[in-house]
Design a protein around this ligand. Structure first.
Ligand code: ADP
Ligand code: NI
Length: 220
């Protein structure tokens, strides 16, 4: 198989695996991450093939879509072993996918440029208008309220609490995670793309509070 055929096979595998997921890991999320990763890879002179494959497969191993994280990673490894002959490429892509999932404090830093590119692309999809949409959809799916002025944001570095969706609100997730991502960008171009999306979320929140509080002086 040549590179184009492998990429097409990976697209089909990801589409089939992610299926109808409605929690923010649908095929279109993967497709956007793949496109953004390609864009950043070009600007940062990273290996586009590695970035594209890692982006396409990054959510297939997600613990939310598999019996366990290990089972998910095994599935991706098996697929790679069937489609790539270069052991180094397989190891590199596995390293990226293993390191990528952001739980609590953020885990290990990415050690390769390609990993940094794909991680930036995934984080960018949690920002801006798309990011706002994903938080709201995810929160609805988990039964979280959009906002409650009585509930303060939590420290998301407390891993146990991070996946406890019963406490907390969609708006708090901006403070717990999303507004921190800009400063965690790995690459200069990723950071540049994050700036605009970060600013958009800040103005969204400003408008949100303005509307929430309009008339709250209460005449009666
Ligand atoms: P990733 O895209 O890195 O796999 P996650 O699985 O953590 O990210 O989240 C998927 C989407 O759901 C993201 O857009 C994220 O902002 C949103 N999300 C994750 N955790 C929460 C949460 N506790 N409350 C609201 N939205 C969340
Ligand atoms: Ni993702």
């Amino acid at each position: 198989m040549n590179y184009t055929q492998i990429i097409t096979a990976a697209e089909n595998f990801a589409k089939e695996q992610l299926g109808q997921d409605t929690t923010g890991h649908d095929w279109f999320h993967t497709d956007r991450v793949r496109n953004t990763a390609g864009l950043i890879a070009e600007m940062e002179q990273a290996d586009v093939f590695i970035c594209t494959l890692a982006a396409l497969l990054h959510d297939v191993a997600d613990e939310k879509l598999n019996p366990s994280k290990e089972a998910g990673l095994r599935k991706v490894h098996n697929w790679l072993a069937e489609h790539l002959s270069d052991e180094g490429q397989i190891r590199h892509i596995m390293l990226i996918i293993e390191t990528m999932s952001f739980s609590g404090g953020g885990g290990e830093p990415m050690s390769t440029l390609e990993g940094q590119v794909v991680q930036d692309a995934d984080r960018l999809d949690a920002l801006g208008a798309i990011g706002i949409t994903r938080v709201m959809v995810f929160s609805g799916a988990k039964g979280r309220p959009v906002y409650d002025p009585e509930i303060a944001p939590r420290d998301e570095s407390l891993q146990k609490e991070y996946r406890d969706y019963s406490k907390g609100t969609a708006v708090n997730h901006f403070y717990e995670k999303l507004l921190k991502l800009r400063d965690l960008m790995n690459t200069p171009y990723g950071r540049k793309l994050a700036e605009e999306r970060h600013a958009f979320m800040e103005s969204f929140l400003e408008q949100f509070y303005k509307e929430w509080n309009q008339g709250s002086r209460k005449l009666l």
